[in-house]
Design a protein around this ligand. Structure first.
Ligand code: AMP
Ligand code: MG
Length: 403
């Protein structure tokens, strides 16, 4: 049997790191920057007003107060978007809007609220300090400096900054294109009617959504348990994908289509010391990485969490590829098979002021109990050498949610 950690490393190696690609900004959300982004312009690109008001020389309004306003002629009107450079003569004011370029000669802005809002002449009721309400060129980012370093995860703020410094495309790790193949002659896709002996398919939609959540693309395909049909449906299309993930057809029974179809083609099958999800396979089919998962839905999702998720995140260029791990006290005792690392679905919570959280199992160890998984927010990790953990034991928990 292969250890969980060794198998995880094997799958990470198999997927490797995706190539760089230049993508339009709109398609970069959630991806990882693969090259430093240098600012094409400073931010702000020019000195501009932080307020709607009047650009002035602070010396001209030094004596202004509500009781004794200073009155100045308004020589210019500067809305945001005005592209010429105005010149403020001593003893005058320019009406200016937020984001509009500061006139030469002005050193500060009086908020409109501290004036009579005049358009020909303005009565100013407050003094200003030099620099007041002026946003300086480059105070956020200086032109030519690194605005976003390699490895940055592109969330909304990062995408916004990239555009603000003039980028319309970014060099990222190209998201893997994944083909998800479900196998099993018993599978029916809703809304078709079930006959006795048939079940509704769930693995492919589940895997595809897990894969897409990471920023990869996923296409879904169904296969019956027939070696020739399996090969001929996938082989001609291998070139379109960076990874093929199958579910089912790898255990010890007859009609193990994945094992039978790929066994001779460079895909190896092994038992991993994990519960659920022991029967695993991986390799390359015509050069394209293939990962074969077991069939039971809970095994599929646990295998995804433990092996595929870190591998896909590594491929995408992420450096944080593991779920957050915390310690929690078990609210009930659990049993675990000797020699396997068990991942139980659990619900974790943390009372304010407490050092350790608490965790309760959701559903039993059965790998078909998908409904229990929907009530879980974590996986409880029971190590290989542990067979019994009494209530109250502190255990490791992997948090599946961000909150
Ligand atoms: P297998 O390894 O193919 O024998 O599948 C193990 C169990 O998982 C069987 O009960 C299958 O019916 C079930 N199973 C396999 N593939 C799927 C799927 N795509 N959706 C839901 N259940 C599945
Ligand atoms: Mg099957």
């Amino acid at each position: 049997m292969i250890s969980v950690d060794d198998y995880r490393a094997t799958i990470i190696d198999l997927l490797g790191t995706a190539a760089r690609a230049s993508l339009p900004l709109a398609g970069c959300a959630g991806l990882v920057l693969a090259e430093d982004l240098r600012a094409g312009v400073s931010l702000p690109p020019f000195d501009n007003s932080a307020m709607d008001g009047y650009a002035v020389r602070s010396v001209d309004v030094a004596e202004a107060s509500p009781a004794a306003p200073v009155e100045l002629p308004v020589a210019e009107d500067i809305p945001a978007g005005r592209t010429d450079v105005t010149e403020l003569l001593p003893g005058t004011a320019h009406r200016i809007m937020t984001g509009a370029p500061m006139p030469h000669g002005a050193d500060s802005v009086v908020m409109v609220e501290h004036t009579d809002r005049g358009t020909e002449r303005v009565r100013i009721e407050r003094a200003t300090a030099p620099g007041a309400h002026v946003r300086r060129t480059g105070e956020d980012v200086k032109q030519g400096t690194i605005a976003l370093p390699t490895g940055t995860v592109l969330g909304p703020a990062q995408i916004g900054l990239a555009s603000a410094v003039g980028a319309d495309r970014l060099t990222v790790r190209r998201p893997p294109r994944v083909l998800v193949v479900s196998t099993g002659s018993e599978l029916v896709v809703p809304p078709r009617k079930l006959r006795h002996g048939q079940i509704y398919e769930s693995n492919s939609v589940m895997l595809a959504s897990a894969i897409r959540e990471l920023g990869c693309s996923a296409e879904v395909m169904m296969s019956v348990d027939d070696v020739a049909a399996f090969r001929s449906a996938i082989e001609p299309r291998l070139g379109e994908f960076d990874l093929v993930v199958t579910s089912g057809g790898v255990s010890a029974g007859a009609y193990e289509v994945v094992k039978d179809a790929l066994g001779g083609l460079g895909v190896g099958f092994a038992k991993v010391a994990i519960q659920p999800g022991g029967p695993q396979g991986n390799g390359r089919w015509n050069g394209v990485p293939v990962v074969t998962l077991p069939g039971n839905p809970v095994s599929v999702l646990v295998s995804f969490e433990v092996f595929l998720r870190p591998a896909l995140l590594t491929s995408l260029g992420h450096t944080t590829v593991d779920r957050r791990r915390v310690r929690a006290r078990l609210t009930e005792g659990l049993k675990s098979p000797q020699g396997r690392r068990q991942f139980r679905r659990g619900f974790y919570w943390h009372t304010e002021g407490e050092v350790t959280g608490e965790v309760g199992p959701r559903g039993g160890p059965g790998s078909h109990l998908l409904a229990a998984f929907t009530q879980a927010n974590c996986l409880i990790v029971l190590p290989e050498d542990v067979t019994e953990v009494p209530e109250g034991t502190e255990v490791d928990v992997l948090l599946l949610t961000h909150d």
